[in-house]
Design a protein around this ligand. Structure first.
Ligand code: H53
Length: 802
């Protein structure tokens, strides 16, 4: 039975073909029909959005405002049609006219408005909040260029711009009626009025923020939420004076400066980018969003006393930390609140999630930069800091010696995490281990002062995208065996455990994996020109390239294996190592590691003695839509970060739910995967967080591990002597021998040993499939539906709007 939405969609597609193109579907070309399908789907969502937001307003429901520099949306067409339960009907409808919906899916570029885990998490949360009918608005920037396209030339990563808007702009609904002005630079003047000391911001530079709304659909719900993306433009546009004097280029300068703010996403993940443009981006979207939120609230309630009961503003990592002083500014300067009242409202409306303990990622900004770009904001931060330090001296004299570490302004810098902790009522980490580290180590002193502020919400993923859409065969099997309830409520997937001994189901699981491997193998053949054996074990490490994630450790093991096959007659199980990773453009070491992976891939491929046992593939341009092809095909999920460094990881969860078995350290959410599947269904190796810290304090010397281990010596000397295709990797050799900050060498032996255990398990087909089944069936707790429910109940205190 065709649903009502499908009917509407079809009529609308036909109409758009007529009105926009003076054509019909039968005679339309691919591009026209593609545009019609996207536009029609967007229209359906717009209508649903209108009805839903009416209800939210009527019920005066509390709302979540999710502030994030990144939302890694990926593609939307398939997800929206699937959520509307119209995919099959539209597919059949298009097929009648000779169009293949899969080709339309391929035409849609990813909205790559994020780098990695942080941005993808934000998008998974938007999906889950909507599916569970919670009102949420995401706020970010409409980057004209998202994350760069990666092209590998001679093993070296090259970056090309990603202009995604042309082909995906149909989802962006401009709202010129809600433009907002944001002020930069200038001076502040203080003067006494009858209200006391007031501050005026003068001589500022204005930038206009123009909103574009992207509708977020959910599954089996009336709700549609919005992701509001701000685009920057100048307030004045052309300088007519200059234009009429014939200075055409100069006359557009203002516009160019303003629009540079929303031009491009910074490509560094988990690392600070201390550029003035980055600070401008942060303030730009924070200020525009908060001005809009407060304006709407005031219009409705006429006061901000009720603000914390009606709104919660979530700060996703410190990138939107200027929410703290900006909300203070708006309340004081625009609405006349005095400091204490404004602080009370602010500190009860903001919640902050920390996503990293890596010191290079904990944001801080030079005082001078903040002061010159945002003078009013800086003056507010100074006062927050003065009061905060005063509070510590008075109430926690025992922490006086630590004041430098805790202060918001110290050592010439503004420390954004400290600002967030002081200004929010809730601070959470993203896995149990990570949240413990925050309390006992990173923010230990803050936890003494505010013991009730710190909590944990373990990350999650939307299984609707990562299982149902990416792996339709597995989704079909699950539906047959346990019913379709898991789509809405993933805890149901636990019922799949009942099939642990069911030969027929285990064999279906193997067939499905094989099909998914074939799909990936086709992609690899086409893109890399490498033929991979689908009967080999697919070992997958896909994520951003970062030293702490230790792709290098993975390659060292592969080189060791290569040498054992080539020189020692070792005959391992055939295995295919699959990597995909983008490196931040200026990150030399990360790019060297990619070059090494590619060189090892070439070396293996050229070697007839080895290539039947071992393949190494580096797939270029990792992104959401590529992850959707790779992840369902994985047998083994490599999660091998140095313990204590990966806050959570979410790729580990996506791979698990698709039946891959984790090979990992006790880090981030791996710990919770271990608890969920039990020690016999995961391969754990390496130092624990405690052992890493102990070794670090004793003084880690990589050469000790070199001297003690023949394989390490062989591998390193092989690299040094040009063994990898005659190429020079001295930089990596020296890095490992004399620095090795993430202790690759310390974990090497244990990692190789774990690989032999993996092989042994994989040889026992029946047993390995059972492991795989256990991983699928116990992935329920990693649903982002569970994560957002935790946030809603324990942090945000919001309720669904039905
Ligand atoms: O956030 C993910 C975590 C992951 C962590 C990542 C992340 C970024 O992608 C960027 C900046 C940052 O501070 C943290 O590295 O462990 O799973 C979502 O929480």
């Amino acid at each position: 039975m065709e649903n009502h939405v499908s009917q509407k969609l079809k009529t609308s597609i036909e109409k758009i073909m007529e009105v926009n193109f003076g054509n019909n579907i039968k005679n339309g070309n691919k591009r026209q029909v593609y545009e019609a399908v996207l536009t029609a789907t967007n229209e359906i969502l717009a209508e649903k959005r209108y009805e839903y937001s009416k209800k939210v307003k009527e019920q005066e429901a509390k709302q979540v405002y999710y502030m994030s520099m990144e939302f890694l949306v990926g593609t939307s067409l398939k997800n929206n049609l699937w959520n509307l339960e119209a995919e099959d009907d539209i597919k059949a409808f298009l097929a009648e006219y000779g169009f293949d919906i899969e080709e339309f899916y391929e035409m849609e570029p990813d909205a790559g408005l994020g780098n990695g885990g942080l941005g993808r998490l934000a998008s998974c949360y938007m999906d889950s909040m909507t599916t569970l009918s919670y009102p949420i608005t995401g706020f970010s920037i409409r980057y004209e260029f998202g994350i760069f396209k990666q092209v590998i030339i001679d093993g070296w990563q090259n970056e090309f711009p990603d202009s995604w808007i042309d082909q995906a702009g149909y989802w962006l609904n401009p709202r010129a009626d809600e433009e907002i002005e944001v002020h930069f630079f200038g001076n502040i003047k203080e003067h006494w009025t009858d209200k006391g000391l007031t501050t005026e911001h003068t001589d500022y530079v204005s930038v206009m923020a123009k909103p574009y709304d992207l509708f977020i659909s959910g599954y089996d719900t009336e709700a549609v939420n919005t992701l509001r993306l701000w685009s920057a433009k100048s307030t004045s546009g052309f300088n007519m004076d200059l234009f009429s004097k014939g200075e055409y280029v100069k006359s557009t300068e203002n516009e160019a400066i303003a629009s540079s703010i929303s031009k491009v996403l910074y490509p560094a993940d988990d690392k600070i980018e201390g550029k003035s443009l980055r600070l401008k981006q942060q303030y730009f979207f924070v200020s525009a969003s908060l001005q809009q939120i407060t304006k709407e609230h005031y219009k409705k309630y006429g006061t901000f006393e009720s603000f914390p009961d009606k709104a919660v503003i979530h700060i996703n990592d410190t990138h939107p930390s200027l929410c703290v002083p900006e909300l203070m500014r708006i309340l004081m300067d625009d609405y006349g609140y005095v400091w204490d009242a404004a602080w009370d409202i602010t500190a009860n409306s903001l919640a902050y999630t920390n996503h990293t303990v890596m010191s290079e990622a904990l944001e801080k900004w030079p005082i001078d930069l903040v002061k010159s770009h945002l003078p009013r904001i800086y003056s507010i931060i100074e006062e927050i800091n003065r009061r905060f330090c005063q509070f510590i001296y008075t109430n926690h004299p025992e922490l006086s010696a630590s004041i430098d570490k805790m202060a918001i302004i110290s050592e010439g810098m503004v420390k954004m995490a400290n600002l967030c902790i002081a200004g929010s009522y809730s601070v959470n980490g993203v896995s149990k281990l990570h949240s413990d580290i925050l309390k006992t180590d990173t923010f230990h002193n803050f936890n003494i002062v505010y013991p009730d502020k710190f909590t944990n919400v373990t990350n999650g993923i939307t299984h609707r995208r990562w299982l149902c859409q990416a792996n339709p065969l597995l989704s079909q099997l699950l539906t047959e065996k346990i019913g379709g309830g898991f789509k809405k409520s993933l805890s149901d997937i636990e019922k799949f455990n009942e099939f642990y001994y069911d030969e027929a189901v285990l064999s279906r699981l193997r067939e499905i994996k094989k099909e998914n491997k074939k799909r990936l193998a086709d992609y690899i053949a086409q893109k890399n020109g490498i033929e991979v054996n689908c009967d080999s074990m697919f070992d997958v490490q896909v994520k951003r390239l970062h030293e702490y994630k230790r792709q290098l450790l993975n390659v060292l093991q592969i080189i060791d294996l290569y040498r054992k096959i080539k020189f020692q007659g070792f005959r391992p199980l055939p295995q295919t190592y699959i990597f995909a990773a983008k490196a931040s453009a200026g990150y030399f070491m990360a790019k060297e590691i990619i070059r090494l992976i590619c060189a090892v891939s070439d070396m293996v491929e050229r070697d007839p003695d080895v290539r039947d046992f071992l393949k190494v593939v580096f797939i270029a341009d990792y992104k959401v839509s590529l992850a959707e092809i790779i992840i369902p095909a994985a047998d083994i999920s490599e999660q091998i970060s140095q313990a204590g460094k990966e806050a959570s990881g979410t790729g580990n969860m996506k791979l698990m739910i698709n039946g891959a078995v984790t090979l990992g350290t006790m880090d981030g959410a791996n710990v919770e995967i271990y608890e969920a599947v039990g020690p016999e269904n995961i391969f754990i190796f390496g130092l624990s967080t405690q052992e890493v810290n102990d070794l670090y304090h004793r003084g880690y010397r990589p050469e000790d591990f070199y001297n003690a281990n023949q394989s390490i010596r062989d591998v390193l000397e092989f690299i040094k002597s040009g063994g990898i295709g005659g190429k020079n990797f001295d930089s990596l050799y020296h890095y490992l021998m004399y620095s090795d900050p993430y202790m690759n060498l310390a974990d090497f032996a244990s990692y190789c040993d774990a690989h032999r255990r993996v092989e042994e398990a994989y040889r026992d087909e029946a047993r390995f499939t059972q492991m795989s089944l256990k991983n699928i069936a116990n992935a329920g707790i990693f649903a982002s539906d569970r994560s957002v429910t935790d946030y809603a109940n324990h942090i945000w205190h919001v309720k669904p709007v039905q």
